[in-house]
Design a protein around this ligand. Structure first.
Ligand code: NAD
Ligand code: UD1
Length: 344
């Protein structure tokens, strides 16, 4: 069944892949994005790949009620909202917590208020595995306590709580998806992650080293209590994550109200930094030079999902391998050495 879906932050890394999946499934999309961390070119390519022009763009800020109203008013009634728009850099959130509370929390509040005004109370929200803080028991289940240790994660947990309260107050249907570490790109190499400046995250850093844009990878610490001493994360292919959104939205739309769901979205298989480096080398035939440096402040030794609830409730599980994550991420980097900004 074709749905009309409002996607905030739809031009971003996860949003663009989700737009592609939803367009391919025949849905009609309205994207609200202020291009703070993305480019309209991503949406052009998404439509080209999908062979669909069923996407209306409203350029604007999710904190601006009139922009959100404009998105709701740009066509027929909206069946559901997927809310990606937000800021995600942990270090920046420590330096500027008010910005994070404004964009992530106030932005979600403005969006939810607009949803009430327009009679649409079905929402999929981008939450994070960092909600668990520095856990010691694995794998992580959704009923384990949240203990966010930096403003970025604190804002995400605050929004989860605001949405849970909405579900107690009226006929809302909400799914908070706690993503683990999405990496890779669409296999076409046409859309992918396009970080500004020096990448913070492991995966784009590796692909930039592979491309010769950076001299070597710095591995942040080899003295963690893990088998090879490097940090363990649950990396998943961004296309698997994108597909989870389609399933979550469809699931919500079939539930009676109110309905509230929190799901881990990961593979359940943690990989160390060294395993990712080796996996990338095996998938591409390239060598990634690295040096081990000090731990990065704020990093935890290990994050690993129990993805069983998503399997049971949505019938979703991550299907793609580390090899595909590496191959597709590398194809995107090679075809777009300067991301969406430069010549391709
Ligand atoms: P991204 O930065 O690529 O995408 C975010 C999008 O939101 C961008 O297109 C940006 O321009 C837009 N945006 C930012 N502020 C906005 C505002 N005020 N109004 C309108 N649009 C705005 O990030 P992503 O990796 O695609 O992440 C999407 C969501 O998932 C974020 O909320 C992020 O916190 C969350 N998340 C990401 C990860 C990850 O590893 N990438 C992990 C857990 C959670
Ligand atoms: C980070 C954020 C997280 C956010 C996610 C997506 C922190 C503490 N966490 O997750 O909140 O949701 O990005 O934006 O910033 N590593 C290196 N060298 C590098 C980069 C990373 O060794 O150049 C290591 C890290 O120490 C970690 C692993 O690689 O062990 C993964 O790091 P990263 O990709 O940044 O993801 P997270 O830290 O899990």
């Amino acid at each position: 069944m074709s749905r009309r879906v409002l996607i905030t932050g739809g031009a971003g890394f996860i949003g663009s892949h989700t737009c592609l999946v939803l367009l391919e499934q025949g849905h009609e999309l309205v994207v609200l994005d202020n291009f703070d961390n993305s480019s309209p070119e991503a949406l052009r390519r998404v439509q080209e790949l999908a062979g669909s022009t069923q996407l209306t763009l409203v350029e604007g800020d999710v904190r601006d009620a009139s922009a959100v109203d404009k998105a709701f008013g740009s066509g027929g009634a909206v069946d559901g909202v997927i809310h990606f728009a937000g800021l995600k850099a942990v270090g920046e959130s420590v330096g500027n917590p008010l910005l994070y509370w404004d964009v992530n929390v106030n932005g979600s509040r403005v969006l939810a208020a607009a949803m009430e005004r327009h009679g649409c109370r079905t929402l999929v929200f981008s939450s994070t595995s960092t909600a668990y803080g520095e856990p010691e028991t694995f794998p992580l289940r959704e009923d384990m306590p949240t203990a966010p240790v930096h403003p970025y994660a604190q804002t995400k947990v605050a929004v989860e709580q605001m949405l849970a309260a909405l579900c107690r107050s009226g006929p809302w249907r909400v799914a908070s998806l706690r993503y683990f570490n999405p990496v890779g790109a669409h296999p076409s190499g046409q859309i992918g992650e396009d970080p500004m400046g020096i990448p913070n995250n492991l995966f784009p850093f590796i692909t930039q080293v592979a491309a010769g844009r950076r001299e070597q990878l710095r591995i942040f610490g080899q003295d963690y209590p893990t088998p090879d001493g490097t940090g363990i994360r649950d990396y998943l292919h961004v296309m698997d994550l994108a597909e989870a959104h389609g399933k979550a939205l469809e699931h919500l739309l079939q539930q009676p109200t109110p309905y509230s769901l929190t799901l881990n979205i990961g593979t359940g298989r943690g990989l160390s930094v060294l395993e990712v480096v080796q996996g990338f080398e095996a998938a591409t035939g390239l060598t990634i030079p690295y040096e081990v440096v000090e731990r990065r402040p704020g990093d935890v030794p290990r994050l690993e999902a129990c993805p069983q609830t998503a399997q049971i409730v949505l019938g979703w599980s991550a299907r793609r391998t580390l090899e595909e994550m590496c191959r597709d991420g590398w194809a995107w980097q090679q075809a777009n050495p300067s991301g969406y900004r430069g010549p391709t």
